[in-house]
Ligand binder design. Structure first.
Ligand code: FES
Length: 167
């Protein structure tokens, strides 16, 4: 084979190697992007339980507002956000945890120790210690978290919207 023929063959071979490497690099970049765009994340099926506090810190029949952090899943993004619950220890083995928003229009309510009731300052709804509406425009009782106890740890699951009449 002539010198010119050898050079042409080597040049062709090097071009094929370069194009092959470019193709591999392009594939390595495009594949994760294609997976990201074509396969959305599966929604989490399992319940998320969050440790909200310790049972020993609660006084019986004295509502206390607990502040804790829980993860929020939004597509691929997982962020941690502050959450609160009004918690009532009804016995050594039982706890009720109310969602922090008034079921009327979503204002934050608080425990009024003087009158022994939850009071929403927005439109003056009041609730008994077990969450029933005692006055005001609230259309239903306070929403409740799912609760479970692991030893002394108070674990909270999702909040469930309450149903039925206010009382
Ligand atoms: S938002 Fe609570 S009474 Fe209206």
């Amino acid at each position: 084979m002539s010198d010119e023929g050898n050079k042409a063959t080597r040049r062709t071979f090097l071009l094929m190697v370069i194009y092959g490497l470019w193709s591999l690099m392009g594939l390595a970049l495009a594949l994760p992007a294609a997976i990201y765009l074509l396969w959305p994340p599966r929604p989490r099926k399992e319940r998320e339980w969050v440790e909200a506090g310790s049972l020993v810190q609660l006084q019986p029949k004295t509502p206390e507002e607990l502040v804790f952090r829980r993860n929020r899943v939004d597509g691929w993004k997982i962020s941690s956000e502050k959450a609160t619950a009004w918690v009532v220890k009804t016995s050594d083995t039982e706890v009720i945890a109310f969602g922090p928003q008034c079921p009327h229009l979503g204002c934050a309510y608080h425990w009024d120790p003087q009158n022994q009731e939850f009071l929403c300052p927005c439109h003056a709804s009041t609730f008994s210690i077990d969450g029933r509406v005692t006055a005001g425009p609230a259309p239903r009782p306070l929403d409740r978290y799912e609760v479970k106890l692991e030893g002394d740890k108070l674990m909270l699951g999702p909040v469930h919207k309450s149903e039925g009449p206010p009382t």
